[in-house]
Ligand binder design. Structure first.
Ligand code: GLU
Length: 768
């Protein structure tokens, strides 16, 4: 007999890799729906896509290439590992639900709905002052959102080029800041709203003669004049385009020479502004500025306005600002944080022409629009948005752009002055809805079950409900009563909570107090008019109880349990990927398996069982998941759980020594559930090892066989039985005996272990 070191038993390479890469294996395991060691390629692709990680993302090129190279649809762990290693922590964060827009799929669907409503808005007129703008089809409408993690949403004409026009102004300002620093740049341009139209021929009257800010024409011409001032014009334009390509993750903006020419042809007002600035002595070379310097600044400005770009690219540039200056898809820093902060502030107060104030009040985001119909929005630390549609409102902002921005701000908590209260009826797209809900409900329930009145008082003062129920409609009053916390019961009743809320089983707090034999609570509740609700609990006694796990992060536990109760596999996967043990129980001993059984969610039951969720877990009332399925009349769930209880006694192994680890885990589980002393494990394992060794040496064919283990605690017997192609042995019935039995008895630590080799005639000859 010998001892087992589990790690040595991993002879197969997948398992070895799993040990070497536990983090990644956890992700793989979470995705492996039926626990068979494979993840479907199609499913991986769906997860990437539904989270906005697309083939357009250059960070993911090698990931997709590797994925395409995998033959067939099954991905094994080695392949998965190599896939995740190509993209760093992105996949891990994705699978844990930690990307900037955690509920990307839902967000996308909602935004699409709003987009279609805005499509109906045909108000406004497109710009007609030059033919290249007048000729654009005004029906076009595109939107792109890109999160600071590079999650991309595109709707409508998001790939159609349009003239960037004044949407170039914040970026030109950033280019100048990059080159010269804020102090120098602001010697030439102010930081104040002008209170005048964007092209007004006014300069600051503070004695400086500077243009008011970089978002109006005079200021933007000034920014252009500062960019690579000593270089020839074509180098300067090249530089501007290179900078654009850094912000957009690699694509060069196109240059529309006709547009630039037309801008210049009709650009006398801008010329006037340029000369006013010269006269005010505020250009780079002051009053000594010469004509060609002025002309080049204007030409660069016209050319920058005449760049063409699509909504996706412009949204990426906006996301670079949202991301503190780092382009989300290349992860390359383009601007310093300070420069971004300056730019966003000025966009916030001056970005939307004469509508900037109202826009800032209503939408509350740094934004910039242009006569080409673009509106960019920056949601700091979250995402960049570009909405493009050519018709402009009377102020000169894209009518659909403003409409869409307004709807987004009405729907989500993205206004920079929105509170971060969890009580808002508008969701914060930064937060996973499943987590928000759990955080809201769990705190009070847990506090009540721990007798923590202080926390309940705090929650109450924060207007968080101390009455709301969980997935089983268990309320704080139920739990305080169940645990006999009379102070909490008193406090809750004082706050006017319902004294007779009914839980899933019809039970009231009074029954909880009675079950817990908390006489003082019973008395108090009765005084307050509490009644019994005649709760229906059932518990079958199969003589086995498996322990649920504990996990310190109660909000995560609640996320898992809510997900199980709602049939939400995706959230379950995220929980597992984040390291929440699958078999955690709440304050009532309720597990994911109980909830899936109660609600009859077959997909969840199968997922949980495939991930080794214990089947004989018992809640506060001694009820198992099987009992719950039975009580609710979910027949399919009942059958699955019935089979799982039978399978609990049975392990199918291949004749291969690498299987030993599974055998040991299996044995641990069974012996623990049956209260068998842990010291026996190694000895039993040795017996099994002998058995396996024998089988391997004798059985050259790769047939699967069964090892059935039955532990009968009452008779203090443990039986191990192997079956070759024999009839299946049902551990709840007597063993079948259609073939010869050879029995060996082992007396181990006070328990009799009976090893029954149940063999066919042929095999028994081999063993003799
Ligand atoms: N090129 C235009 C101008 O300077 C820009 C118009 C705009 O988008 O505000 O007048």
């Amino acid at each position: 007999m010998h001892q087992y070191d589990i790690s040595e038993d991993y002879s197969n390479s997948s398992s070895k890799m799993a040990i070497a890469h536990p983090q990644e294996f956890r992700l793989f395991w979470a995705l492996d729906k039926d626990g068979d060691g494979f993840v479907q390629k199609a499913e991986l692709l769906t997860i990437l896509e539904s989270n906005g990680l697309t083939r357009k993302d250059q960070r993911l090129v090698s990931l997709f290439t590797k994925m395409d190279a995998i033959e067939g649809d099954a991905v094994v762990f080695e392949q998965f590992l190599s896939l995740t290693q190509t993209v760093g922590p992105l996949v891990e964060r994705l699978l844990r639900g930690e990307l900037a827009l955690p509920d990307f799929k839902q967000f996308s669907e909602e935004v699409k709905v709003e987009f279609e409503k805005v499509r109906e808005n045909r108000s406004g007129e497109q710009a007609t002052y030059i033919p290249p703008l007048a000729e654009v089809n005004p029906e076009q409408f595109g939107l792109a959102v890109i999160s600071i993690d590079g999650q991309l949403l595109e709707i409508g004409d998001s790939e159609t080029d349009f003239s960037v026009q004044s949407a170039c102004k914040p970026f030109n300002y950033c280019f100048a800041l990059n080159e010269l620093g804020a102090e120098k740049v602001h010697q030439h341009v102010g930081m104040e709203p002008s209170g005048q139209p964007f092209n007004a021929r006014v300069l600051m009257n503070d004695g400086s003669g500077r243009p008011h800010n970089p978002m109006i024409n005079a200021g933007a011409i000034m920014s252009a004049s500062l960019i690579k001032a000593n270089q020839p014009l074509h180098h300067r334009l090249d530089h501007v385009r290179q900078m654009w390509s850094k912000m957009t993750g690699g694509s060069m903006p196109r240059f529309n020479a006709w547009m630039a020419q037309e801008e210049s042809r009709t650009g006398d007002n801008n010329r006037a502004l340029d000369y006013m600035m010269k006269a005010a002595g505020v250009l780079l070379n002051g009053e000594d500025s010469v004509d060609h310097e002025l002309r080049d600044a204007l030409e660069l400005y016209f050319s920058a306005c005449a760049l063409e770009i699509n909504a996706r690219e412009l949204a990426t540039a906006a996301a670079t600002l949202a991301n503190g200056g780092v382009c989300p898809v290349t992860e390359e820093r383009v601007f310093s944080e300070d420069n971004v902060r300056n730019c966003l502030t000025l966009m916030q107060i001056c970005g939307m022409y004469d509508g900037s104030g109202e826009f800032s009040v209503k939408i509350g985001l740094p934004a910039k629009s242009g006569v080409g119909g673009a509106v960019i929005l920056v949601v700091p630390q979250l995402m960049g948005i570009c909405i493009w549609s050519p018709r402009l409102d009377v102020i000169g902002n894209s009518a659909r752009g403003v409409d869409m921005a307004t709807r987004l701000a009405q729907k989500y908590r993205i206004h920079i002055y929105d509170s971060n209260s969890m009580l808002s009826d508008r969701p914060d797209p930064r937060m996973q809805a499943a987590k928000v809900r759990s955080e809201q409900t769990t705190a009070a329930l847990r506090a009540a079950s721990f007798g923590d009145t202080r926390t309940l008082r705090r929650l109450y003062s924060e207007q968080i409900s101390v009455e709301a129920g969980d997935y089983d409609q268990r309320t704080p009053l139920h739990l305080a009563a169940a645990e006999g916390h009379i102070e909490v019961v008193k406090y809750l009743l004082e706050q006017g909570v319902d004294a007779n809320p009914k839980d899933r089983w019809g039970g009231t707090p009074l029954e909880d107090a009675e079950l817990g034999e908390h006489q003082n609570v019973v008395k108090l509740l009765k005084e307050q008019g509490a009644v019994s609700g005649a709760a229906q609990h059932i518990n079958s006694d199969v003589g086995i109880t498996e322990e649920a796990s504990v996990h310190s992060d109660s909000a995560s536990v609640a996320v898992l349990l809510w997900a199980a109760s709602e049939g939400d596999i995706e959230t379950l996967q995220r929980c597992l990927a984040s390291g929440v043990p699958i078999s955690v129980a709440d304050y009532d001993g309720r597990t994911a398996l109980h909830l899936a059984a109660s609600e009859g969610h077959i997909n969840v039951l199968n997922y949980l069982l495939a991930h080794d969720h214990p089947v004989h877990v018992r809640d506060r009332w001694g009820t198992t998941p099987f009992d719950e399925a039975e009580r609710e009349g979910h027949d399919e769930a009942k059958n699955i759980l019935d089979q799982a209880q039978i399978d609990f006694h049975k392990l199918e192994v291949k004749p291969d020594s690498s299987e030993m680890n599974r055998v040991i885990r299996f044995l641990d589980r069974v012996t623990q559930a049956c209260g068998v002393k842990p010291v026996i494990h190694n000895k039993v394992a040795s017996v099994l090892d002998d058995l396996l060794a024998l089988l391997i040496s004798q059985n050259e064919a790769k047939t699967n066989f069964l090892i059935n283990i039955r532990i009968n605690v009452e008779s203090n017997k443990l039986q191990i039985m192997t079956t070759f192609n024999g009839p299946e042995w049902n551990p709840f019935e007597e063993k079948c005996s259609d073939s010869e039995n050879q029995e060996d008895d082992f007396d181990i630590a006070g328990i009799e272990i009976k090893m029954i080799r149940q063999l066919s005639d042929l095999d028994s000859r081999k063993f003799s």
